[in-house]
Design a protein around this ligand. Structure first.
Ligand SMILES: Cc1ncc(COP(=O)(O)O)c(C=O)c1O
Length: 294
C-alpha cells in the first residue's frame, strides 16, 4: 500500500513550473502578492486573466471574502496561492468557485495538514519547504484535466498528459529528489500522518502567536483568523530595531529570521521539520530581546 501511494505521487510529479498551466481564459483570485502576482503576470501571456480578489489595500494582511466572487461564466479555472509564504496568510476556507475548477499553489503548506484533494482540480507545489530538496514540483491533477486539449503551441514537456502517459518518465526525472521525498513520506507516516502534523504545527504556531499577541514590542502582521501555521511575519514597528533583532538572533544561532526582501521586518518559517524546541528557543530569545530593548 505504502509503495503504491508513493508510486501514485511520483506518477503525478510534473516538471512543469508553476506558471506552465495550459488554459485559456484564466480567472485568478489575486488574494495576495508575489506568488499569486507572478502567476497572474505569467498567465497573461496565454489568455485573459481577471483579478477578482485582493488584499493589497492592507498590505496583504488578510484573506478577502471569497464567498461571492465575480467569476465570469466562461472562466476555465480559479487560482489561489493557498498559503502566502511572504505575508503569512492562509485560506482557512477555500473560495466559492461557483462550480469552476480550483487550482492551488500549495508550495508552502504541502503536507502540513490533511486536505480534501477532491475539492481541487489541480494541487501543485514545489517540494522544497515541507517535502524534499529544491528542484521538483508535485502536481496532483484531476483525471479529466489530464488531456490533449491544451493551448496550441504548448510545449510537449509542459503537458500533464505527457508526464502521466509516461509514468513521469518522459524525461530523466530528478531521482535523488524523488528518493528523498519518499523518505519524508515514510517519516510523515511514522509520525502519525497529516492529522498529527496538523496538531504539531498548530501547537508550534500557537506558541509564537500567543507570545506576539501579548508582547509590548513585537506585533504579528496578519489578522488572527487568516494566520498561516507555516510562516509567521512580525515587526517591532521600528526598522532599526528590526535590523538589530535580525542581527542578534543570528548571533544567538537562530537562522533565517529576516523578512522577505520585499517586505522587511521578520518572518519565522516553521515548516514541518521545525521541532517545537526551535519555536521555544525563538520565543525565549524574543522575550529577552524585548526586556533589553523596550
Ligand atoms: C507559495 C509559493 N509558490 C511558489 C514558490 C516559488 O518556488 P520556486 O522558487 O521553486 O520557483 C514559492 C517559493 O518560495 C512559494 O512560497
Amino acid at each position: 500500500m505504502e509503495k503504491e501511494q508513493i508510486l501514485d505521487f511520483t506518477r503525478r510529479i510534473s516538471q512543469s513550473n508553476r506558471s506552465g498551466l495550459t488554459v485559456i481564459n484564466y480567472e485568478i483570485i489575486f488574494a495576495y502578492l508575489d506568488d499569486a502576482k507572478k502567476a497572474y503576470q505569467e498567465a497573461q501571456k496565454y489568455g485573459k486573466v481577471n483579478k477578482i480578489a485582493s488584499s493589497e489595500d492592507k498590505t496583504f494582511s488578510y484573506i478577502p471574502d471569497c464567498s461571492d466572487l465575480p467569476i465570469s461564466p466562461d472562466a476555465d479555472y480559479v487560482y489561489i496561492c493557498e498559503n502566502n509564504t511572504i505575508y503569512g496568510t492562509k485560506y482557512k476556507k477555500l473560495p466559492n468557485t461557483k462550480g469552476k475548477t480550483l487550482v492551488a499553489d500549495v508550495s508552502s503548506c504541502f503536507l502540513s495538514e490533511p486536505v480534501n484533494v477532491s475539492d481541487y482540480g489541480i494541487i501543485y507545489g514545489g517540494v522544497q519547504k515541507n517535502i524534499g530538496p529544491a528542484g521538483m514540483v508535485i502536481s496532483i491533477v484531476r483525471d479529466d484535466l489530464i488531456t490533449d486539449d491544451v493551448l496550441p503551441g504548448t510545449p510537449t514537456m509542459m503537458k500533464f498528459k505527457t508526464h502521466a502517459d509516461a509514468g513521469s518518465l518522459y524525461n530523466t526525472p530528478n531521482c535523488y529528489c524523488i528518493y528523498m521525498c519518499g523518505k519524508v513520506f515514510k517519516w510523515l507516516k511514522k509520525m502519525g500522518g497529516l492529522e498529527v502534523m496538523k496538531q504539531r504545527n498548530e501547537e508550534k504556531a500557537k506558541l509564537l502567536y500567543d507570545f506576539l499577541d501579548q508582547s509590548k514590542l513585537f506585533k504579528g502582521t496578519v489578522v488572527p483568523e487568516d494566520r498561516s501555521l507555516m510562516n509567521v511575519p512580525f515587526i517591532t514597528g521600528n526598522a532599526d530595531l528590526d535590523a538589530k533583532f535580525v542581527k542578534e538572533s543570528k548571533e544567538a544561532g537562530l537562522e533565517n529570521l529576516k523578512g522577505h526582501r520585499t517586505v522587511g521586518g521578520m518572518r519565522a518559517s516553521i515548516y514541518n521539520a521545525m521541532p517545537k524546541e526551535g519555536v521555544e528557543a525563538l520565543v525565549a530569545f524574543m522575550k529577552k530581546f524585548e526586556e533589553e530593548n523596550l
